[in-house]
Design a protein around this ligand. Structure first.
Ligand SMILES: Cc1cc2nc3c(=O)[nH]c(=O)nc-3n(C[C@H](O)[C@H](O)[C@H](O)COP(=O)(O)O)c2cc1C
Length: 201
């Protein structure tokens, strides 16, 4: 089983990366082949909205590191996407990745029933785990209702990509200290166990 972890935190070796590494370690100990990609190290751009991909579904016209990564993602059995929460949502790097996944998808409507349809060139059935690291505690101290949109929206990712099993690992209360996760052995154990369960063959 091959597992890719993609880190959308702009901070090097901070909480999201630490937790992603723990998740991947849990999978590796169960026999998975793992790879970690840090988006901050890549040359990436947002979607141009050119719709060029709709002529050749699954092929983005851009030539940057995301184009390569998107193709690589199709070859893995399990995908872990990690992001910190910024302004009650995912980071810009994470959103760029998700927007570019649009190249695999064509959203439409069943003409008879009016039901939404997704024509996908992304291989379905993969396991997906979304890792969300946030400074705020649970329940949140300020404007808790603003998290609802992000929490709902996250479900769209595995659903649109036709994932088999999927889960969201929420980490609360890191504050702004990049070492919160590394200094929390219990949390690391929990992350490792989540990786083992979801990502093991
Ligand atoms: C620009 C910015 C916006 C943030 N917004 C939020 C927020 O809305 N809610 C929250 O809980 N934490 C927020 N945080 C805190 C981060 O989510 C938290 O520190 C996270 O663990 C950072 O992940 P990292 O250590 O991998 O960089 C914000 C941090 C930054 C830098």
């Amino acid at each position: 089983m091959k597992v890719i972890g993609i880190n959308a935190s702009p901070r090097k070796k901070a909480n999201t990366q630490t937790l992603l590494e723990a998740l991947l370690e849990g999978a590796e100990e169960n026999g998975a082949e793992i790879r970690l990609v840090n988006l901050r190290e890549l040359d990436i751009n947002g979607c141009l909205g050119c719709e060029g991909c709709k002529k050749h579904l699954g092929k983005c016209v851009q030539k940057d590191d995301l184009t390569t990564l998107l193709q690589e993602m199709t070859t893995y059995d399990a995908i872990v996407l990690g992001t910190p929460v910024y302004w009650y949502h995912v980071t810009a790097q994470f959103k760029m990745l998700v927007d570019r996944l649009y190249c695999f998808l064509e959203f439409g409507e069943n003409p008879e029933t009016g039901e939404p349809t997704i024509n996908s060139a992304f291989p379905g059935g993969k396991s997906m785990l979304l890792l969300i690291s946030r400074g705020d505690i649970e329940p949140p101290t300020l404007f808790p209702q603003f998290y609802d949109h992000m929490n709902e929206w996250l479900n769209l990712i595995p659903m649109s990509l036709g994932a088999g099993k999927s889960e969201i690992f929420h980490q609360y209360g890191t504050g702004i200290d990049r070492k919160s996760a590394i200094n929390d052995p219990e949390l690391l154990k929990k992350a490792k166990a989540a990786g083992a369960v979801l990502l093991s063959p």
